[in-house]
Write a protein that binds this ligand. Structure first.
Ligand code: DX5
Ligand code: ZN
Length: 214
């Protein structure tokens, strides 16, 4: 299993310490949640913070934009050192154009789906994607309860990926712990995002290793 800890649950007064922990861990990426208070009812952090993180973090940056009109920020996200840019399907009027612009900017492209958005909405774009991020909570906050329907969506998404010949990986975000993680692994998830489960752990490095072993 690939693991992308979400910095949303870190100690924002001591980000350097938390990022050094991530560097020492087996994490595959660092997940960064940008929120605008419009697409989701919360505001997190923005580009100056990510720019500072870029200089400290040795892991690829997995940037999840929970903002309206994310296409406006492609160059800014790239200039912050992102490897992967996740945009919400619900926030993109011209998703095909946005995905191509992300790839032209030199990043990997991912589309994120809210819990109520069906997997079938990706049928005409799946072959272009490096990753699909399925939200297993409603976006905006850490520490929420896992939505069980995600397991069915993974199976549908796996079938869509197989029939289209796409290489897209499946990432899951929200309510991930060892118990839900084991079931997500069995259903076919490739990457687990985990915020509170990692950063609230007394032994976060070991917690990341345990998630990796799923
Ligand atoms: C929620 C964010 C998540 C969040 C997950 O909108 O996209 O990445 O950090 O938090 P946990 O793992 O605590 O559910
Ligand atoms: Zn996220």
């Amino acid at each position: 299993m690939l693991v992308s800890p979400s910095l949303l649950a870190a100690n924002f007064a001591n980000l350097e310490r938390d990022i050094e922990m991530i560097n020492r861990s087996e994490a595959d990426m660092l997940h960064l949640d940008i929120m605008d208070g419009v697409f989701v009812p919360n505001i997190s952090f923005g580009f100056p913070v990510i720019k500072s993180i870029q200089n400290l973090c040795e892991k690829p940056l997995d940037v999840h934009l929970m903002v309206v009109e994310p296409q406006k920020f492609i160059t800014r996200v790239r200039d912050c050192g992102a490897t992967l840019m996740n945009v919400h399907q619900e926030a993109c009027l011209h998703l095909d154009r946005t995905i191509h612009e992300i790839k032209q900017a030199g990043m990997k492209a991912a589309v994120t789906l809210n819990p109520a958005t069906p997997v079938s909405t990706l049928v005409n774009i799946i072959s272009e994607l490096d990753m699909v991020l399925l939200m297993s909570v409603n976006p905006g906050f850490g520490g929420q309860k896992f939505i069980e329907n995600t397991l069915t969506k993974i199976k549908r998404l796996k079938a869509l990926i197989a029939e289209s010949g796409s290489n897209a990986l499946i990432e899951i975000d929200g309510g991930v712990n060892l118990e839900t993680g084991a079931r997500l692994s069995e259903a076919g998830a490739d990457i687990l995002v985990a915020g509170s489960y990692v950063f609230n752990s007394p032994t976060p490095i070991e917690t990341i290793t345990q998630l990796k072993q799923l």
